[in-house]
Ligand binder design. Structure first.
Ligand code: GLN
Length: 536
C-alpha cells in the first residue's frame, strides 16, 4: 500500500490541542487496523529543544534512542501507545544545518542554495526517511506553530509540493483552529478561522478538514458557515468542544465520526471496527467520585505546568489505576528555602521531586527530601530528585555537611553526585548527556524489584551526573539501598530507603514510559503508599 499522509496545521492561536488531536486521530486509525507513524515538524531554529529553557518550551520529551524532542511526542506515544524514534521530530535548525553542511562539502556543485528547492527538498527528504524507516501506512505530520508565522512557511511549502508528488488522493490537510467567544454577547466567532484558512489558501493549500475547537458547543449553522466561507465540505467541519479531560478526546472524536471521515476522504476501507472500550472504561473511571491523594510536586518551573507534562500525566495514570484522584500541589522549591509553602507540603500525602538543571531552588528540594525522610512521607525522586535525595542523606545521616553535587558546588569536599570521567571533557551543551534507553538490573527483595515485578528493565535517561561510587558502602551501611544498577554494576540507577514506607529515587525518567492504560510501576508504588498515608 502507498503511504497516506495526514498534514496537521494550526490556525488562529497555538495551544488549542493540535498535538493531542493529531495523537487521538492516530489512535483512531491504528484502531482501524493501520500502521501509523507520527512526525512533528518544528519551525524554530534550535537544533532540538534539549537546550531550551522549560519556561520557553515546556518539557523536553526523551525517546528510546536518546532524541530530545517536543512534548507533543509524549502525547503521540501515550495515546497511540507506540515507541517513536529520532526521525519523528525535526526542526528548522536541523534542516539548515544539514543543508549548509552539504553546501560546504560541495554537494551542490556550485549552485545557489535557496529556500525553494534546497530547504524544501531537505524537509521532504526527512519526511520520506520517516515514512521509510517506520514502514507506516499512514503518516501523521504535525507542523508546529500557527499558519502565518514566517518560520513555518518553508514547511507548508514543502507539504504543498509533497501533495503533488505523492498524489492528492493520498493526502489530507487537516486544519485545527480556534473559535473565540465574545464575553459580552456569548457569541462564537468564525472570522479568525476564515482568515487563517485564507492565509493557507494564499500559499496554495486548501484544507480538506477543519477541526474547529471551542470552549462551547458549536451549532450546526456555524459549521455550515465555516464550510461555505472556507471552501470545505459541510461534513468536514468538525466542531470540537474543549473536553473536561484529555483522555476523553479519543472518544469525543470517535463520536464525531472523524476516524471514518478521514478514511472515506482517503478512499480507504477500515480493516476492523475500532475498539474504544478501554478508553471508555478510562473515561468512566475519570468521572467517578474517588478518594483523593495529594502529591506535592516540588520543582523550579512550576509556573508552567507544561514543563512537567509527562510527570503530571504519569501521576494521573497511576492514581486512576489505584482508584484515586490525584491533586497536585505545585510548589516552587525556592519558596521552601524562604519558609514559604510548607503548609502545602504538610497537607500532602506524598512528595515528588522531578528532574532539573542548575542550582536555583536546589536547596529547597533537599529540604523537601529531608522532610519526606524524617516524617516518613512517600517520596519519589526523578533524576535530580534522586540526586537531592542522596545529597540530603549524605548531609544529615552520614554527617557530611558540605555534601553536594559537583553540578552545584565544584569544590565540595563530598561530591556524592559527580561527573563521570567520560563527561568531564565535554564542553558542548546540546545532545551530550547520557540520553535514552539503558538497562537497569533490579536487586531482588527491594521495593523497586517488587514494584516492577521484574529482574531487569529498560528506562529513558537524560542527565550528565551520576552517583559517586566512592560513597556507596557508607550509604549502604546507614540504610540506603541501591536497588537498581547498570548490568555491570557501575552506575547507580535506583536508590531507596530501608526504613521508610516508600522513598525511592531513579536516575532515569520513568515518566516517559507511563501510559494511560499501563501506569508506571514506580508511580504506582508512590500512589499506593500515598493512599495508605491518606487513610491514616
Ligand atoms: N542536572 C542533573 C544532571 O545532569 C539532573 C538532570 C535531570 O534531572 N534530568 O545529572
Amino acid at each position: 500500500m502507498e503511504t497516506k499522509y495526514l498534514f496537521f496545521t494550526g490556525g488562529v492561536v497555538s495551544s488549542v490541542g493540535k498535538g493531542v488531536t493529531a495523537a487521538a486521530l492516530g489512535l483512531a486509525l491504528k484502531e482501524r487496523g493501520f500502521k501509523v507513524a507520527v512526525q512533528k515538524l518544528d519551525p524554530y531554529i534550535n537544533v532540538d529543544p534539549g537546550t531550551m529553557s522549560p519556561y520557553q518550551h515546556g518539557e523536553v520529551y526523551v525517546l528510546d534512542d536518546g532524541a530530545e524532542t517536543d512534548l507533543d511526542l509524549g502525547h503521540y506515544e501515550r495515546f497511540i501507545d507506540i515507541r517513536l524514534s529520532r526521525v519523528s521530530n525535526f526542526t528548522t535548525g536541523q534542516v539548515y544545518a544539514e543543508t549548509i553542511a552539504k553546501e560546504r562539502r560541495g554537494d551542490y556543485l556550485g549552485g545557489t542554495i535557496q529556500v525553494i528547492p534546497h530547504i524544501t527538498n531537505e524537509i521532504k527528504r526527512r519526511i520520506g526517511l520517516a515514512a521509510k524507516e517506520t514502514g507506516a501506512e499512514i503518516m501523521i505530520l504535525e507542523v508546529g506553530g500557527t499558519v502565518g508565522d514566517i518560520e513555518s512557511q518553508p514547511f507548508l511549502e514543502a507539504l504543498r509540493q509533497l501533495r503533488n508528488e505523492v498524489g492528492r488522493e493520498n493526502c489530507l490537510f487537516i486544519h485545527v483552529t480556534w473559535l473565540p467567544i465574545i464575553g459580552a454577547t456569548g457569541e462564537i466567532k468564525t472570522k479568525p478561522t476564515q482568515h487563517s484558512v485564507a492565509a493557507l489558501r494564499s500559499i496554495g493549500i486548501s484544507p480538506n478538514v477543519i477541526i474547529a475547537r471551542a470552549d462551547q458547543d458549536v451549532a450546526q449553522d456555524l459549521c455550515d458557515k465555516i464550510a461555505l466561507f472556507c471552501d470545505v465540505e459541510n461534513e468536514a467541519v468538525i466542531p470540537m468542544k474543549t473536553a473536561n479531560n484529555l483522555y476523553e478526546i479519543p472518544l469525543l472524536l470517535e463520536e464525531l465520526g472523524v476516524g471514518d471521515l478521514l478514511l472515506k476522504k482517503l478512499e480507504m476501507q477500515s480493516r476492523r471496527k475500532a475498539d474504544m472500550r478501554p478508553w471508555k472504561k478510562l473515561a468512566d473511571e475519570i468521572k467517578k467520585e474517588k478518594p483523593t491523594v495529594r502529591v506535592a510536586l516540588v520543582g523550579k518551573y512550576v509556573e508552567l505546568q507544561d514543563a512537567y507534562m509527562s510527570v503530571r500525566e504519569a501521576l494521573k495514570h497511576a492514581a486512576l489505576a489505584n482508584g484515586a484522584e490525584v491533586v497536585i500541589h505545585w510548589i516552587h522549591s525556592a519558596d521552601l528555602e524562604k519558609e514559604k509553602s510548607w503548609n502545602l507540603i504538610k497537607e500532602s500525602d506524598a512528595i515528588l521531586v522531578p528532574g532539573g538543571f542548575g542550582s536555583r531552588g536546589v536547596e529547597g528540594k533537599i529540604l523537601a527530601a529531608r522532610y519526606a525522610r524524617e516524617n516518613k512521607i512517600p517520596y519519589l525522586g526523578l533524576c535530580l530528585g534522586m540526586q537531592v535525595m542522596c545529597i540530603e542523606f549524605a548531609r544529615d545521616v552520614l554527617k557530611l555537611e558540605d555534601a553536594n553535587s559537583s553540578e552545584f558546588d565544584h569544590s565540595t569536599p563530598h561530591p556524592v553526585i559527580d561527573l563521570m570521567t567520560d563527561q568531564r571533557s565535554i564542553t558542548d551543551m546540546g545532545g551530550t548527556m547520557r540520553l535514552g534507553l539503558y538497562p537497569c538490573a533490579l536487586q531482588a527483595g527491594t521495593k523497586a524489584a517488587a514494584a516492577y515485578n521484574a529482574s531487569s528493565v529498560d528506562e529513558r535517561h537524560r542527565h550528565r551526573l551520576e552517583f559517586n561510587n566512592h560513597y556507596r558502602a557508607d550509604f549502604e551501611k546507614r540504610g540506603m539501598i541501591f536497588s537498581g544498577l547498570s548490568p555491570d554494576g557501575r552506575l547507580v540507577e535506583i536508590v531507596e530507603l530501608k526504613d521508610h514506607p516508600y522513598m525511592v529515587g531513579s536516575q532515569f525518567h520513568p515518566e516517559f514510559l507511563s501510559r494511560p492504560m499501563k501506569p508506571h510501576p514506580l508511580f504506582m508504588g508512590l500512589i499506593k503508599a500515598a493512599k495508605e498515608k491518606a487513610k491514616k
